[in-house]
Design a binder for this molecule. Structure first.
Ligand SMILES: *[C@@H]1O[C@H](CO)[C@@H](O)[C@H](O)[C@H]1NC(C)=O
Ligand SMILES: *[C@@H]1O[C@H](CO)[C@@H](O)[C@H](O)[C@H]1NC(C)=O
Ligand SMILES: *[C@@H]1O[C@H](CO)[C@@H](O)[C@H](O)[C@H]1NC(C)=O
Ligand SMILES: *[C@@H]1O[C@H](CO)[C@@H](O)[C@H](O)[C@H]1NC(C)=O
Length: 705
């Protein structure tokens, strides 16, 4: 055909436009994001090596340099990046000493409190920059007393000692790490009457068992001189600015007020190595400890004491107002710039931080680089994506908490979800926790990504095979930076990683060599974490309808409420208001899922119409805001910062991951007191949760009463 009519030309032009110029669907970009053509294990390993070249504790020059590295990498990805600084109270060790007098007739032993470098250690040149082992925010002071061995120092261990007739008053408690948050170990020791606490790393829990024991660098286990340092502060954020941001020149509470807050222990404590712990254990006589209090096969028999070994523990910390830096990168959404999908990971590390947290920082930078490649091929997000690299997480989730406190209203009205990665990779096996409306999304995303350790299955297939109880964990603990988002302001949140715990945690041996040899030998797990993390974020940022399913939330609450009801069957507590609210939530969830379908089906070309956009937005807002309804402005009893009535730490174990912390605390209290009044408080807490769940169902319904 020589000549074309106008109409044919138009038709050809239209099909050309559709074939060549209409942007591919978002799902095309999402598949591209996780494809091997975009992922890059070499650049991940390069980022990790660079970030972990030196120890970089919060407030140090090295950590400020790491911030610059993250900032420039984000900027190089064409992401608008900036630093948000806060001035916060941190502590560093000033002087420390520990001596043991095994018995009155023996000479005292003074411990050198040093983690040893090994032959060929590539980080020997900077080993001096590792902070001397200590507990952040520990009480300064000097104590002398006979030692009592207290196992993990859980509440039940305290009960066991009481039954054995061991009087802890005036002693120094020797506890092993493992089961509960170290702050609670020290606090429980204080409550039992101890005057000081030492916390050691037992070979039974951190490896190197048996006669031919091997440890890092020959194996993944903690060397005998390795020490797990960490914070003993159990609040969130800068302790001198509880509930508000630590901006320059802001109001601060005094150190005395911090001490009376109940969030810092009131007795000196120190973390020590497995070798030192064992030396002290050999000096403890008295009754033989129970079987499950014993150590590894070749360890000495553990006894509980007190004494005859006497320790002299001296610790002096200095308190410093230091500047910390959060690095923020923003990719503005095109259709809904005022809706935020937030990804976060911290940067500060106790030592080199190869697993904790910079495997996550490397993954964050990998996500940023892949998003840049997507942008180059034409992708633009519907909603705004924010990449956050937090500081001072190790001290008390400080960088993220200050930022959330500063931006509370905007985040509460605009944040869709917060996706956290802390220790991204410490080994094989995927793990995820999250608020239940994200369950379906987490499953879908892991069904799309290949298992890095077995190319013939997906991560999801590996995940369900390796899980005994529930697939997805919940965020009841305050273990990482999701706490402020979820537990303080009620933003749906998730947290994911490969590997569950690792022996050199928070020690000098958490370095690049460890990851390269044991944690993630070819950085394929790190590639996979970046894929799942980024894919979940992309779906949240791009899908017209927020991929939230509150039906899963209702099911989860129903299960947890049934557990509680069974536990409380003989206490005269009624859970019916709670069950009634959950039923309403379930109905509202079904209804909104149906409305979603209706709008979808009515769409087609009409999606161009403004009316549809308004309807869509209104529905999404209900999905986004329903989680906020689980928060209560008064917060938990005597812990007003924790506003979320479903997910928050319970009082006696900050790592605990239960639901309904307020009810849990009230039950714990009532079991101790067993008064009518204390059981009445339990009933009151049940009512409070029931009201919150009811509020959530009203938000989902979107109708005023
Ligand atoms: C424990 O020892 C302290 C001081 O040595 C003493 O005051 C207290 O009465 C003892 N408690 C018990 C239950 O024996
Ligand atoms: C942590 O907070 C809880 C609740 O306020 C408190 O009971 C506990 O003693 C605190 N622990 C420490 C180590 O401060
Ligand atoms: C890899 O996955 C496939 C499919 O699930 C399974 O049959 C096979 O046993 C797995 N291989 C290993 C080494 O685990
Ligand atoms: C990246 O993966 C390839 C195999 O897929 C491997 O040969 C290479 O060594 C890995 N790179 C690094 C830095 O581990």
């Amino acid at each position: 055909m020589l000549k074309t009519t106008g109409a044919t030309f138009l038709a050809i032009a239209t099909s050309f436009f559709i074939l060549h110029f209409s942007p591919p669907p978002k799902s095309y970009y999402h598949s591209l994001f996780i494809s091997s053509s975009l992922s890059d294990n070499a650049s991940i390993s390069h980022h990790l090596r660079t970030l972990t070249r030196r120890p970089h504790v919060a407030g140090s020059q090295a950590n400020a340099e790491a911030a610059s590295y993250v900032l420039s990498t984000l900027s190089a990805c064409n992401i608008m990046a900036h630093i948000v600084s806060y001035d916060v109270l941190l502590t560093y060790p000033d002087s420390r000493s520990l001596t043991l007098t095994p018995s009155p007739s023996e000479p005292p032993i003074t411990f050198d409190l040093k983690q040893e470098i090994y032959e060929g250690d590539p980080y020997a040149d900077v080993a001096d920059e590792v902070l001397p082992t200590n507990h952040a925010y520990a009480k300064s002071g000097s104590v002398v007393g006979p030692v009592v061995y207290v196992n993990y120092r859980r509440v039940e261990d305290y009960g066991t000692l009481k039954e054995m007739g061991v009087n802890v008053t005036g002693t120094v408690a020797l506890a092993r790490y493992g089961e509960i948050f170290r702050g609670d170990i020290v606090m429980n020791a204080f409550e039992a009457g101890a005057i000081g606490a030492l916390v050691y790393t037992d070979r039974k829990d951190y490896g190197g068992e048996g006669g031919d024991a091997k440890w890092f660098p020959d194996d993944k286990w903690m060397p005998p001189s390795g020490v797990q340092v960490g914070t003993v502060y159990n609040g969130s954020g800068d302790p001198t600015t509880p509930g508000w941001a630590s901006s320059e020149g802001c109001e601060r509470v005094s150190v005395e007020e911090v001490e009376s807050s109940g969030d810092v222990p009131l007795i000196p404590s120190m973390p020590i190595s497995g070798a030192d712990g064992e030396t002290i254990l050999r000096s403890i006589g008295g009754q033989i400890a129970k079987d499950n209090w014993q150590g590894s096969k070749d360890a000495p028999t553990y006894r509980v004491g007190p004494g005859p070994g006497v320790v002299n523990l001296e610790y002096n910390g200095k308190q410093v107002i230091a500047t910390i830096q959060n690095v923020m990168g923003v990719i503005e959404g095109v259709e809904e710039p005022d809706r935020f999908v937030i990804l976060g990971n911290h940067r500060d590390a106790w030592t080199f931080g190869a697993v904790d947290p910079n495997s996550g920082t490397a993954a964050l930078l990998e996500v940023a680089q892949r998003l840049q490649k997507l942008q180059r091929s034409g992708w633009k997000p519907r909603r705004t994506i924010i990449l956050c690299n937090w500081d001072a997480e190790e001290y008390g989730l400080t960088g993220s908490t200050e930022w959330v406190e500063e931006n509370r209203e905007l985040l509460a009205s605009r944040a869709v979800a917060y996706l956290n990665v802390d220790c991204a990779v410490s080994g094989a096996g995927f793990h995820a926790s999250g608020t239940p409306q994200l369950d379906d999304l987490l499953k879908l995303a892991t069904q799309q990504v290949q298992d890095p350790d077995n190319s013939s299955q997906t991560i999801y297939e590996q995940w369900i095979q390796s899980t005994e109880s529930s697939l997805i964990g919940r965020l009841g603990g305050a273990g990482s930076d999701y706490a402020a988002f979820l537990q303080h302001i009620g933003v749906p949140a998730a947290d994911m990683r490969f590997g569950a715990g690792y022996p050199v945690y928070h020690s000098m041996y958490d370095d690049y060599t460890w990851i390269e040899n044991f944690g993630d030998p070819m950085f394929h797990r790190n590639v996979a974490v970046a894929s799942v993390w980024g894919l979940v974020a992309l779906r949240l940022a791009d899908e017209e309808f927020l991929p939230f399913n509150y039906h899963s939330y209702a099911l989860e609450l129903q299960k947890r409420a049934e557990d509680l009801e069974n536990e409380m069957s003989d206490k005269g507590i009624t859970f019916s208001p709670l069950f009634k609210s959950i039923e309403e939530l379930s109905k509202a969830a079904r209804k909104i899922n149906y409305q979603k379908k209706e709008i979808k089906e009515a769409k087609g070309w009409t999606s161009m119409w403004r009316n549809d956009h308004v309807k869509l937005r209104e529905l999404n807002d209900r999905l986004m805001m329903a989680e906020r309804a689980f928060t209560d402005c008064d917060g938990l009893l005597r812990r007003p910062w924790y506003k979320h009535l479903i997910y928050a730490p319970s009082r006696h174990n900050d790592y605990g991951s239960t639901s309904f912390p307020g009810i849990d605390d009230a039950i714990e209290n009532a079991k101790n007191l067993n008064t009518a009044e204390s059981w009445h408080v339990v009933q009151h807490e049940v009512w409070r949760v029931a009201r919150a769940v009811k509020h959530a169902s009203l938000v989902l319904d979107g109708k005023l009463t």
